[in-house]
Design a protein around this ligand. Structure first.
Ligand code: FAD
Length: 336
C-alpha cells in the first residue's frame, strides 16, 4: 500500500490540471481496501480514481482522500470450447486487458482498443467505441462498500446504458469496483459496422482480432489528441438522444445532419456535429479550446484550470441550445 500526503495528481488526470490531493492511497488487494475503508482513520470525502481520463478537477486542491486500485490480476475463471471467462482487477489498464485478449485470439473486445483508463472505471462508465460497449462483454462486477460489505452485481443489476451504469448513481457513492468479470468468445465474430474500419481492413490478408486492433489504434491516433501532448478527456460531451419529432424539425433546416436511430421514437445526434455547426470547432476560450480535428473534444492548451474548461463548456452548450434547441451534457465527471 502507498499512502502520501499533499499528493500531486497531474499524472492522474489526462486533462493535465495541476491539482493536489490532501491524501492519496493506493491499495494492492481487497483485504487491504476493506481494512482501510472500515478503519477509524478513514473519513469522507473520498474519491476513487482510475487513470483520471474522464475527470475534471474544478479546484487546485482536493480536500479529501483519493483512492487508487493496484489490483492488477487477470484470471481465467472458466473456459469451454466457445468462450473464456476472465476475472480482471480494477487497476488493470483497460488497453492492457484488450491486448491480453487479442494476443490470445479471443473475440469481442478488440474494438475497444486504446481507450484510456482502467478496468474498474470501464465498467462504471460502460465505455464504448466502434459499435461495441463494455456491457456487451461484462458478466458481473465485484464491489465493496465503505461499510466493508462485498457484493457481486449481475449484468442486470448494473443497469448498463449509454455511458451509464448503476455505479454512477448517487446511491452508489460508497461502492468501489474491485474486479470486473468478462466473457470473451473463442468463436470468430467481429463488429464491423463502421465503414472506416472495414476500409482499412482491406489492406490486411485476413481479418483477425489483431488486425482490427491495429486498425482501430491507427484511426484513433489520427483523430484524437494524445493526452500526453495536449490535455483532454476524450469526448467531453455525450451525444444527445432526442425524440423523433425534435429530430425531424431540426432536419428540415439541416438535411445533412448525421443521426443514429435508437429504437422506435428516439434518435441519437452526434454532439460533435452540433458543436461544429455552432461554430466552435478549433475555437479557443482562454487556455481551453475545442479541438480542431474533433469538435467533441475539449483540450487544455496549457495551464488551464478546471474552471477555464467549464467556462468553455458552458459557452459551447449555450450556442448549441440557441442554434438547435438541444441540451448537451458533459460526459466528463466534474470534481469539486
Ligand atoms: C484520448 C481519450 C479518448 C477516450 N476515448 C473514449 C472512448 O472511445 N470511449 C469511451 O467510452 N470513453 C473514452 N474516453 C473516456 C475515458 O477513457 C473512459 O471514461 C474511462 O473509462 C475512464 O477510466 P479511468 O480509469 O481513467 O477513470 P477515471 O477518469 O479516473 O474515473 C471515471 C469515473 O469512474 C470512477 N471510478 C474509477 N475507478 C473506480 C472503481 N474502482 N470503483 C468505483 N468507481 C471508480 C471515478 O470515481 C469516476 O467517477 C477517452 C478519454 C481520453 C482521454
Amino acid at each position: 500500500m502507498i499512502e502520501k500526503k499533499d499528493f500531486p495528481l497531474l499524472r492522474y488526470n489526462t486533462f493535465g490540471i495541476d491539482v493536489t490531493a490532501a491524501r492519496f492511497i493506493e491499495y494492492d488487494s481487497v483485504d487491504e481496501l476493506r481494512e482501510l475503508i472500515t478503519g477509524a482513520r478513514f473519513s469522507e470525502p473520498f474519491l476513487h480514481i482510475g487513470g483520471g481520463s474522464n475527470l475534471l478537477f474544478l479546484n487546485n486542491y482536493y480536500e479529501g482522500t483519493v483512492l487508487h486500485s493496484n489490483i492488477k490480476t487477470i484470471e481465467v475463471t472458466d473456459e469451454d470450447s466457445c468462450a473464456v471467462r476472465l476475472k480482471v482487477g480494477s487497476g488493470v489498464a483497460w488497453d492492457d486487458f484488450v491486448a491480453h485478449c487479442v494476443k490470445r485470439n479471443l473475440y469481442g473486445v478488440e474494438n475497444l482498443s486504446l481507450i484510456p483508463g482502467e478496468v474498474g472505471a470501464g465498467a462504471v462508465q460502460n465505455i464504448g467505441a466502434y459499435g461495441v460497449e463494455a456491457k456487451d462483454l461484462i458478466t458481473e462486477v465485484h464491489t465493496i462498500d465503505t461499510e466493508g460489505r462485498e457484493r457481486i452485481y449481475s449484468h442486470a443489476d448494473c443497469r448498463f446504458a449509454y455511458r451509464y451504469s448503476i455505479f454512477k448513481e448517487p446511491s452508489s457513492k460508497g461502492v468501489i469496483v474491485t474486479y470486473v468479470c468478462f466473457r470473451l468468445s473463442k468463436q470468430e465474430s467481429y463488429t464491423l459496422g463502421y465503414g472506416t474500419v472495414r476500409k482499412e481492413l482491406e489492406d490486411y490478408p485476413a481479418v483477425t482480432p489483431g488486425a482490427v486492433r491495429e486498425v482501430i489504434i491507427r484511426i484513433r491516433n489520427s483523430k484524437l489528441p494524445d493526452p500526453a501532448v495536449l490535455g483532454n478527456a476524450g469526448s467531453f460531451f455525450m451525444n444527445p438522444v432526442v425524440p423523433k419529432t425534435t429530430f425531424e424539425a431540426i432536419r428540415r433546416d439541416h438535411p445533412s445532419m448525421p443521426f443514429y436511430p435508437m429504437g422506435e421514437d428516439s434518435i441519437k445526434i452526434p454532439a460533435g456535429w452540433l458543436i461544429e455547426q455552432s461554430g466552435w470547432k478549433g475555437k479557443s476560450f482562454g487556455p481551453a479550446a475545442v479541438h480542431d480535428k474533433q469538435a467533441l473534444v475539449v483540450v487544455n492548451k496549457g495551464g488551464a484550470t478546471g474552471r477555464d474548461i467549464i467556462a468553455l463548456s458552458d459557452a459551447v452548450r449555450r450556442s448549441v441550445k440557441e442554434k438547435f434547441g438541444i441540451d448537451i451534457h458533459p460526459e466528463v465527471k466534474t470534481i469539486c
